[in-house]
Each structure stands twice: as structure tokens, then as C-alpha cells.
Design a protein around this ligand. Structure first.
Ligand SMILES: C[S@@+](CC[C@H](N)C(=O)[O-])C[C@H]1O[C@@H](n2cnc3c(N)ncnc32)[C@H](O)[C@@H]1O
Length: 290
């Protein structure tokens, strides 16, 4: 897929962008650890942020962001890395704010060849970056009980044993459509309800990209990069992520938490952008004393 083709799709709409600008706007240097299509970055630069250092593990996302943020010239620096790899050396000093907008982007979900979605058929891949085992490797190679545990834990799926049994009986599995049908066959359809494979796909995506490990490792590192008064903003999309953020911010003695409860998108934003529905937005500030 070329950048040109990507640009023809509706771009990923940035979630809770007004809140991001409210807490991070008018600052010097912002480290955007999940640059994606650059929507938050563009809003921050428009709001007066001097420089954005944009990180993404996905080379296709960086290419797209580069295209969209071209007009900001050298006010944007690009870095292809997992956010757990980003340290003071990579950033070149301290920063005034850090943004994590977790999970996958609409582009990743919608592009069939990336293999994230149960609605679009494609190779069962789900890797955000070019490295590591794919979702097909996991479903074809893991023992049944490990597969069931993974689907239970990361998908919060009660019927994980039934699903894992059906997967093992139908191996090898090569495509998203094949997997979606196997899960639907094991659980039965729920007319009008969410797709029965939704939780299984979430679980595999989290495991393939080691999303929770990445977040737990990166959060304290990112706080270490903040100068006094610097802020960290995290937008999480499910309770497994939000739990790590909530306790990670609360237990870090270098931080003052500014959001006792997570901020949520307005009903108007949810109506405009259904992807924002599950967003949980937390902010903390690095104290002078740290
Ligand atoms: C929800 S999208 C971000 C969208 C972006 N804020 C925007 O406005 O366009 C999340 C992005 O973070 C990237 N990402 C997720 N986990 C990552 C990690 N551990 N390291 C680096 N990038 C990551 C994904 O590749 C994806 O492009």
C-alpha cells in the first residue's frame, strides 16, 4: 500500500483532541509517542507547540504522518521505534509534554493486508511494526491451554476455552476471515450485537504487539524525560490499559495526577467519531521537587 492510497481513505480522526490541546498546547517540545496519522501532532503545532518529536513503530504510519505534517517543516522530528525504546539519548534532552494515544489507528484497522480486522479479509498478521511473530504464528503454534489463557486474559472473554478448542481443531489458519468464522461458529451469532470474534481479535492484537508490556515499561521512562512542570497525557481504550495507566501515574512519586477520574469524550464527539467511545484520558504533571 502506498502513501497515496492511504491518503485517499478518510484520515484517522484524533480522539479528544481539544483536551490534548488544553493540557499540552502552548508548550515547547512535545514527545508524541503514538504519532499515527499525525492528527494530534498537527493540532498541537497549530496551537503553538514549537516542536513535536513523533514516534511510531509502524513505518507506514510515519510515512503518512510525514506527508500530512510536511507544512510544519523542521518543527517535526520523526523516529521509528517502539515507545519502550525511546530514551533521553533518542530524544536529545528533556521535553515539556508526552502523549500516548494507545492502540491501533483506523488506517491499521481498515487496511486488509495488515490483518487486524474481523470485518475485512486479509492475512492474519496484526503486527504494528515489521518485527516479531504474527497472529497466525500464535494461533497455529500455541498449545490450546495457552491460547485459551491469552484469549481470556487479553480479550476478557469468558468463553475462551471453547474458542481455543475450535481454533486448534481448524488449524492451520491463515486469514482474518477464517478466524472470524471459526470463532463465530464456536460461539454462535448474536444478531444486532457485537461480532463474536471481537474479543478474540483484541486479545491476539495485544499479545502480538506486547501492548501491555510496552506500556508498563514506557510510562516511567517517559516521565523521566519530562522537565519540571512537564505533563504526560495518556488516552487508553480498554480497562487493561487504563489500569496500568491509573496505577502507573498514581504510584509515581515524581508526578501530581491532574485527573482523579479519567476524562471521557463528549456525547457529541462519540456521535461524530464512534472510535472515541471507549477513550479514557488521564493527565499528570511532573513536580518541581522531582
Ligand atoms: C491510535 S493511533 C494514534 C493516532 C494519532 N494520535 C493521530 O492523531 O493520528 C496509535 C499509533 O500508535 C502506534 N503504536 C502503538 N503502540 C506502539 C508502541 N509500543 N510503540 C510505538 N508506536 C506504537 C501505532 O502504530 C499507531 O500508529
Amino acid at each position: 500500500m502506498t502513501v497515496g492510497e492511504d491518503l485517499e481513505r478518510p484520515p484517522h480522526a484524533p480522539v479528544m483532541v481539544d483536551e490534548v490541546v488544553r493540557f499540552l498546547g502552548e508548550r515547547g517540545v512535545i514527545l508524541d509517542l503514538t504519532l499515527g496519522a499525525g492528527g494530534h501532532a498537527a493540532a498541537l503545532l497549530d496551537a503553538g507547540v514549537e516542536t513535536v518529536i513523533g514516534v511510531d513503530r509502524d513505518p507506514a504510519a510515519l510515512e503518512l504522518a510525514r506527508e500530512r505534517l510536511r507544512s510544519f517543516g523542521d518543527r517535526v522530528r520523526y523516529l521509528r521505534a517502539r515507545f519502550s525504546e525511546v530514551d533521553a539519548e533518542a530524544v536529545g534532552g528533556s521535553v515539556d509534554g508526552v502523549l500516548f494515544d494507545l492502540g491501533v489507528s483506523s488506517m491499521q484497522l481498515d487496511q486488509s493486508h495488515r490483518g487486524f480486522g474481523y470485518r475485512v479479509d486479509g492475512p492474519l498478521d496484526m503486527r504494528m511494526g515489521p518485527d516479531g511473530p504474527s497472529a497466525a504464528d500464535l494461533v497455529n503454534d500455541l498449545p490450546e491451554d495457552e491460547l485459551a489463557d491469552l484469549i481470556f486474559e487479553y480479550g476478557q472473554e469468558r468463553r475462551s476455552r471453547r474458542i481455543a478448542g475450535a481454533i486448534v481443531r481448524n488449524r492451520p489458519i491463515a486469514t482474518t476471515d477464517q478466524l472470524a468464522r471459526i470463532v463465530a461458529g464456536a460461539l454462535g451469532r448474536n444478531p444486532g450485537g457485537p461480532h463474536p470474534a471481537r474479543r478474540t481479535f483484541q486479545a491476539l492484537r495485544i499479545a502480538v504487539n506486547r501492548e501491555l508490556e510496552e506500556l508498563a515499561a514506557s510510562l516511567p521512562q517517559a516521565v523521566g524525560l519530562l522537565g519540571p512542570g512537564g505533563r504526560v497525557v495518556v488516552i487508553a481504550y480498554h480497562s487493561l490499559e487504563d489500569r496500568i495507566v491509573k496505577f502507573g501515574l498514581r504510584e509515581d512519586e515524581r508526578l501530581l495526577v491532574l485527573t482523579k477520574r479519567p476524562l471521557r469524550p463528549t456525547p457529541d464527539e462519540v456521535a461524530r467519531n464512534p472510535r472515541s467511545r471507549s477513550a479514557m484520558f488521564r493527565v499528570a504533571e511532573r513536580t518541581e521537587a522531582a
